[in-house]
Write a protein that binds this ligand. Structure first.
Ligand code: HEC
Length: 161
């Protein structure tokens, strides 16, 4: 093949590759992303939090200390993950908001459970759920309202014995 044609073809393919790379590897606009660059959706983590918050409520109602403490830990871990994975979501500062709004509601829960004081734990639990809902209002998701459980829909016993 003629060297000039070869050079021309190479240059063309280089331009095409740069163009392709630019269009397919466009940096994700994190501030407005529905999902993280890794393709994860915040709602998935929220549904984990919802299930654990639900089971935490049932554990407190059943005065089951080890189970309730387990769910407080699980919730803490889920929100640690959320704070790491979702600094921003749909333009909202998810990590900072959850640190400011939800984290302060946790110590009252942990302390009352450690003391086996279920009456105080029930009040702390309501405040914890209120913090979830306050954040939903702050991020324009006020239509997501979590409430204390009224029955056990799980194939799981919350009884201590
Ligand atoms: C940082 C503020 C913030 C906090 C704190 C927060 N949420 Fe959310 N939550 C959101 C956002 C934002 C969405 C919408 C996510 C999406 O669009 O993918 C959401 C969605 C949800 C959903 C809908 C997803 C589904 O599976 O139905 C539930 C349920 C939920 N949150 C439960 C909770 C619970 C329970 C807590 C507290 C333990 C909580 N959230 C705390 C911001 C928050």
């Amino acid at each position: 093949m003629n060297t000039r044609i070869l050079t021309g073809a190479l240059a063309l393919s280089l331009v095409a590759n740069v163009w392709l790379a630019a269009s397919f590897h466009r940096p994700v606009d994190v501030a407005h992303a529905e999902i993280t660059p890794a393709g994860e959706e915040l709602a998935v983590y929220m549904s984990h939090a919802q299930r654990h918050a639900h089971k935490l409520g049932l554990s407190i109602q059943a005065k089951n200390k080890p189970l309730a403490e387990f769910y407080v830990t699980e919730l803490g871990e889920t929100f640690e993950l959320i704070q790491r994975k979702f600094p921003q979501y749909e333009g909202f500062q998810i990590a900072a908001l959850s640190k400011a709004m939800l984290d302060p509601a946790k110590p009252a829960l942990s302390k009352s459970l450690a003391a086996g004081d279920f009456a105080t734990a029930a009040v702390a639990y309501d405040k914890y759920l209120a913090a979830c809902n306050n954040c939903h209002v702050a991020v324009k998701h006020e239509f997501v309202k979590v409430i204390a459980p009224t029955g056990n829909p799980f194939n799981q016993s919350f009884a201590t014995k």
